[in-house]
Design a protein around this ligand. Structure first.
Ligand SMILES: [Zn+2]
Length: 472
């Protein structure tokens, strides 16, 4: 009987072992039985050093880079309840095709929303045996559910999301300060985190008399969600947080650069405040958005090019911690593709599978190395979701989640975009026609290949279940 080793080795000339240094040669040894990294050597060891290994257990990346798998901390998978919008199977398959090995699912747009332990268990049950990545869950804070929050922490949610403006779905209402104070009191001291959709309409915003009103014009939508909505919300969050200083607060999908001075001064004063932005705010600008194209609609909106560059500066100086997709799909009818009515369309952008190539393309243009992209999309998102002991890094004891990346691959969206190139359920994305640099060739979850561009996703190599981090 042939000897079967527990060892699987990944070797590369360009491996991102640290987000503080450029890629280096390395050999990563993993255990097939635990799916974890057992040793990291700072050299590319030849096959001869592992003479006993069969070829499928000695994986030489050749000219490809090896990166940690991405942790996408803001994804709407919508199952159960709105599985026609997205689902665990299609969403995580799309994620794996883009090098994402962990997704953290948002508490809304599924029915039920993740607002009680029972609802969390319903979602976990729906995820079973469907997921190509590991999946963790955010819980939700809605009016009246504060007694459910601490039990949900115990059941493994990574934190809680709330809305300061209507969410768009009736089963996930927004909260007032009267709702937030008891929720924050309950969560302070648990080590959990409160995430805010930070837009607030204090009705002080009066549209200009010449503001556009045609509901198919992007300018009409942009004027309806001004930066003042974000700055008003963030000022409230900072004021509330001062009452509960041990509770980390997090701003999801920051778009308005006008809020950066508020964030910087709160952090300088010691506030435990973290911030994410999204691929679309860093890669798109209002002037690029065609009229009558609701695929570009999200809330808060994509703003001007100067705003986008200020977000890049904030990312570079650490004011913005991390970058996520906010993949928030829906069916074509709700996107109003038939009449291009942006004002009436569902707000949400579909990105799963494209984020790494998008961000790398734009980061390189601005002089940032791939290791910075790894910081923003792997390490910092793992820290945000409380997964930093297992995810986001190639290091001993971590899950063997990694990506074989072709830095010069060219992925053309547009004419070539087909059902085969987009893996999420509803094939609607604003990125058609864009040329991206870099391409994921292979994605490895806990030491096993879950996506291979040449061979596509292999059945049978799926995630597993653990407390707070489940996959089917
Ligand atoms: Zn979202």
């Amino acid at each position: 009987m042939p000897f079967t080793s527990d060892l699987r080795v990944f070797v590369g000339k360009n491996v991102v072992l640290s987000s503080a240094a450029p890629p280096t040669p390395a050999t990563i040894e993993t255990s097939k039985s635990t799916g974890r990294v057992t040793a990291v050597h700072h050299e590319a060891r030849p096959k001869g050093a592992y003479a006993d290994l069969v070829s499928e257990d000695y994986i030489d990346a050749g000219d490809l880079y090896i990166l940690p798998g991405l942790v996408d901390a803001h994804v709407h998978l919508n199952e159960p309840g709105r599985t026609d919008w997205e689902g665990f199977y299609t969403g995580t398959r799309a994620a794996a095709s883009g090098g994402v090995t962990t997704v953290v699912d948002m508490p809304l747009n599924s029915i039920p929303p993740t607002t009680t332990v029972a609802h969390l268990e319903t979602k976990r049950a729906a995820a079973q045996r469907q997921c190509w990545t590991d999946v963790a869950f955010w819980g939700g804070v809605i009016p009246g559910n504060q007694e459910h929050l601490v039990p949900m922490v115990g059941a493994g949610v990574k934190g809680f999301k709330c809305f300061m403006i209507e969410s768009g779905v009736e089963e996930f209402p927004c909260v007032t300060e009267a709702d937030l104070e008891p929720a924050m009191e309950a969560l302070e001291g648990t080590g959990s985190t409160l995430l805010f959709h930070a837009e607030f309409d204090d009705h002080s915003h009066v549209p200009a008399p010449d503001a556009p009103s045609d509901s198919t014009l992007y300018a009409t939508f942009l004027a309806s969600r001004p930066p003042a909505f974000e700055t008003a919300a963030i000022a409230r969050i900072i004021r509330l947080q001062a009452l509960f200083p041990a509770l980390r607060c997090h701003i999801v999908h920051l778009s308005a650069a006008a809020a950066l001075p508020l964030i910087r001064s709160a952090r300088a004063a010691g506030a435990k405040l973290t911030v994410e932005t999204c691929f679309h705010y860093l890669c798109l600008a209002a002037a690029d958005v065609p009229n009558g194209r609701p695929e570009f609609k999200c809330c808060p909106p994509i703003r001007g090019a100067d705003n986008r560059e200020a977000l890049w500066e904030a990312l570079a100086d650490g004011t913005i911690d991390c970058v996520v997709s906010d993949h928030s799909p829906c069916v074509a009818e709700l996107k109003r593709l038939d009449d291009g009515d942006i004002m009436s369309a569902w707000g949400g952008i579909s990105t799963l599978g494209l984020g790494l190539s998008l961000l790398r393309t734009e980061a390189r243009r601005r002089g940032f190395g791939i290791e910075r992209v790894v910081r923003w999309t792997c390490e910092a998102t793992a820290e945000h979701a409380g997964l930093q002991e297992r995810k986001g890094k190639l290091a001993v004891g971590y899950d063997a989640d990694l990506v074989l990346w072709d830095p010069d691959g060219e992925l053309t969206c547009g004419e070539q975009i087909t059902k085969e190139t987009l893996n999420f359920k509803n094939k609607l994305t604003p990125y058609e026609g864009r040329t991206l640099r870099g391409r994921v060739e292979t994605t490895v979850l806990r030491g096993r290949i879950v996506y291979d561009r040449a061979g596509d996703v292999r059945a049978g190599n799926r995630g597993t279940v653990s407390q707070g981090l489940s996959a089917g």
